[in-house]
Design a protein around this ligand. Structure first.
Ligand SMILES: *Cc1c(COP(=O)(O)O)cnc(C)c1O
Length: 386
């Protein structure tokens, strides 16, 4: 039995990220939100394609320093920044610090003044945005993230010493399709320029990834066109986006092997090595993770009858459900399952020490080729990639 394997397809990632960059008008800056997947190979692949990285912890700053030495992170963001976090961001020369509250702005001002520096900041604003087409209001309710609009206006009109307020940051929702994301971007830029005199606006991430439809993609071309119209309407503004999930989700897969199949009160369960302590996305987001089945060559163990299955892992909790399918066909012990769309918020959000199972192996390549190799020659899979 080989340990479960994460396979990152870095060629596919480069192609996908390159297509995103190409779909956006040049003046729009594309940042990658490191928290979606901070894997060094992923960051190295993205480094020449994106305009910068958004870090949200000192750990992410350290990771970026290792992966792209000498390259200054574009943004430092996140709730609950300690003085040590803010000082580290200042010391790293991060281009923009995204500030979450008036009190945080005062602490940052004091630290910057003490260091004899000026901090260039965007104020994160929790703005109510009306999306008429979607009959939806986003932001504008009580939240730990960002400032109320009136507080942001107050901060911008009387910034503490040591602070240069450049503009506004707004990351209001996730799962936005392109028309909705464009509506939000236009509304944020309108408010930021009119109320705050912003010269820079970062409209956040949150571009939709549809786990129920692995072939669907966020319409980057349509979104880029809409952002072009925003730039035409506000020619003085520097516009920035910071997606995470929609950049890396498609480039990773989690591969594992079936340990047991069983029928329980009429329903089939497929038990695999590993589980949601390696791939927490389906538990966190509440979806069945899409997967393909690769029949083990020469397998003669137990098989399901081809009916609906629930795929679970090795944890002692009923929440350890990776997927379910009515159409996967027969699945047997030893078969290899390749869970797609595991390149974002997957391994790095998982409660990896629960039950102290072995961690997965990581390698690069084409996930389906690796799955086929594994199902035919298990000895080919377990090599750790340096
Ligand atoms: C998480 C986060 C992002 C990235 O969001 P995605 O949904 O992964 O695109 C961007 N900005 C902020 C402030 C975030 O917290």
């Amino acid at each position: 039995m080989t340990r479960p394997v994460y396979v990152y397809d870095l060629d596919a990632l480069a192609a996908h990220a390159g297509a995103i960059r190409a779909a956006l008008p040049r003046p729009v800056e594309l940042l990658y939100a490191v928290k979606a997947n901070p894997d060094p190979g992923v960051l190295r692949t993205l480094a020449p394609i994106v305009d910068g990285f958004e870090a949200a912890s000192r750990g992410e700053l350290r990771r970026l320093a290792e992966v792209s030495p000498g390259r200054v992170p574009a943004a430092y963001a996140g709730a609950g920044k300690t003085d040590a976090d803010l000082a580290a961001a200042l010391a790293a020369g991060v281009r923009r610090i995204h500030v979450e509250s008036p009190a945080e702005l005062r602490r940052l001002g004091a630290l910057a003044a003490a260091a004899g520096r000026s901090a260039q900041v965007l104020l994160r604003v929790n703005l109510p945005v009306d999306a008429p087409g979607a009959s939806l209001v986003m932001g504008g309710g009580p939240s730990p993230f960002g400032m109320d609009p009136a507080d942001a206006v107050e901060c911008a009109s009387r910034p503490p010493a040591g602070i240069d307020v450049r503009g506004v940051h707004a990351h209001l929702a996730s799962g936005l399709d392109a028309p909705l994301a464009a509506t939000v971007a236009a509304a944020v830029v309108r408010w930021a320029t009119a109320e705050l005199g912003a010269v820079e606006v970062d409209v956040g991430g949150g571009m939709a990834v549809d786990y129920a439809d692995p072939a669907a993609r966020f319409d980057w071309v349509g979104y880029g066109r809409a952002l072009g119209e925003v730039l035409d309407a506000y020619p003085g503004v520097r516009l920035r986006i910071e997606p995470g999930r929609s950049v890396t989700a498609y480039c990773g897969a989690y591969l594992t092997e079936v340990v047991d199949v069983k029928r329980s009160y009429g329903e089939w369960f497929v038990v695999v090595a590993g589980g949601t302590h390696h791939l927490r996305t389906p538990a966190a987001k509440g979806h069945p993770q899409p997967f393909t089945v690769h029949r083990r060559r020469g397998a003669d163990g137990a098989r399901t009858d081809g009916g609906p299955v629930t795929v679970v892992g090795q944890l002692c909790t009923p929440k350890d459900v990776l997927s379910s399918s009515a159409t996967a066909g027969p699945i047997g012990v030893g078969d290899v399952l390749a869970f797609a769309m595991a390149g974002a918020y997957a391994w790095n959000i998982s409660h990896r020490d629960f039950l102290l199972h072995e961690p997965p192996i990581f390698r690069t390549g084409d996930p389906l080729r690796v799955a086929v190799e594994w199902a035919t020659r298990p000895d080919l899979v377990g090599r750790e990639v340096p």
